[in-house]
Ligand binder design. Structure first.
Ligand SMILES: Cc1cc2nc3c(=O)[nH]c(=O)nc-3n(C[C@H](O)[C@H](O)[C@H](O)COP(=O)(O)O)c2cc1C
Length: 251
């Protein structure tokens, strides 16, 4: 009897391993021509962001800014490189002071200088660009960024993202359209600053919806698409925009 059981278990194990291997192969074959980070090549992805750590609306004092947290999620998922837009003249910690500075920058159409330069922008084909919203629009330093790199950015895929506290981030898309009127239209993905630290899953879902995949086994069959149509796919997709969210603010 023991012998029969042993043979049965062996046979079952054998079949299980064979079928697992078959699933692995099938999914590998199926995914070979879809967008995965391997096939896009993470070396082609750059995540640029501006973020203000310190005292901020609704979150108190934070050592890592809200948009920086979101940029980190994008980096973790895609494996891309990060460039932080750091102002040459550092901003103060105080939220009250930031309100005055930001108002002054917008009113006077100021272009705050950026501390470092991106020397290797040519090597990237997909650039995520993220920022907070200051008085219903991206901070003026984002204009400095687009104006500095306009020529180099115009042939790349720019994917906007950002954090806000009620205004939504559609103004990030508007700014891109302003600098690159010929680019096909698509919406930015936004998260409320106060919620960003628990938003990794929604960021991952958004990225999967764009056609990115964390790794080959992570490809969602429904959104996997052939690599050759990657650019069209990303530019043509419409993302849910948060621009009509209710405001509850004093900024
Ligand atoms: C000066 C200032 C102005 C702001 N204005 C707005 C605004 O108009 N609409 C909005 O939704 N959030 C506004 N906020 C909130 C920020 O967009 C939000 O807290 C964001 O997550 C901050 O991101 P960061 O930590 O990456 O800088 C403002 C914040 C500051 C500091």
């Amino acid at each position: 009897m023991k012998k029969v059981i042993a043979i049965t278990v062996c046979l079952l194990l054998k079949f299980t391993l064979i079928s697992c291997a078959a699933v692995d192969n099938t999914s590998h074959d199926k995914n070979r021509n879809t967008i995965t980070v391997d096939s896009i090549s993470k070396e082609k992805i750059l995540i640029v962001y501006f973020s203000h750590a310190g005292e901020n609306y609704a979150v108190g004092h934070i050592s890592v800014g809200n948009t920086a947290v979101m940029a980190g999620f994008i980096r973790d998922f895609t494996g891309g490189s990060i460039f932080e837009i750091v102002p040459k003249v550092p901003y103060p910690d105080s939220y009250e002071e930031m309100k005055t500075i930001s108002t002054n920058e917008s009113k006077n159409n100021i272009r705050p200088q950026i501390k470092d330069t991106i020397s290797d922008l040519d090597k990237y084909s997909i650039v995520f660009v993220g920022s907070p919203i200051w008085y219903d629009g991206p901070p003026m330093i984002m204009r400095t960024f687009y104006e500095t790199y306009k020529e180099k950015l115009k042939n790349k895929i720019i994917i906007p993202f950002g954090t806000h506290e009620g205004s939504g981030v559609s103004s990030c898309t508007d700014l891109i359209k302003e600098y690159f009127p010929d680019i096909k239209s698509y919406d930015a993905f936004g998260v409320r600053g106060r919620d960003v630290r628990k938003s990794r899953d929604s960021v991952d879902t958004w990225l999967r919806g764009l056609g990115f995949a964390k790794n080959k086994s992570d490809v969602n069959e429904k959104i996997s698409i052939p690599v050759h149509s990657c650019n069209d796919f990303i530019l043509q997709r419409n993302f849910k925009c948060t621009k009509n969210e209710k405001r509850n603010t004093d900024y």
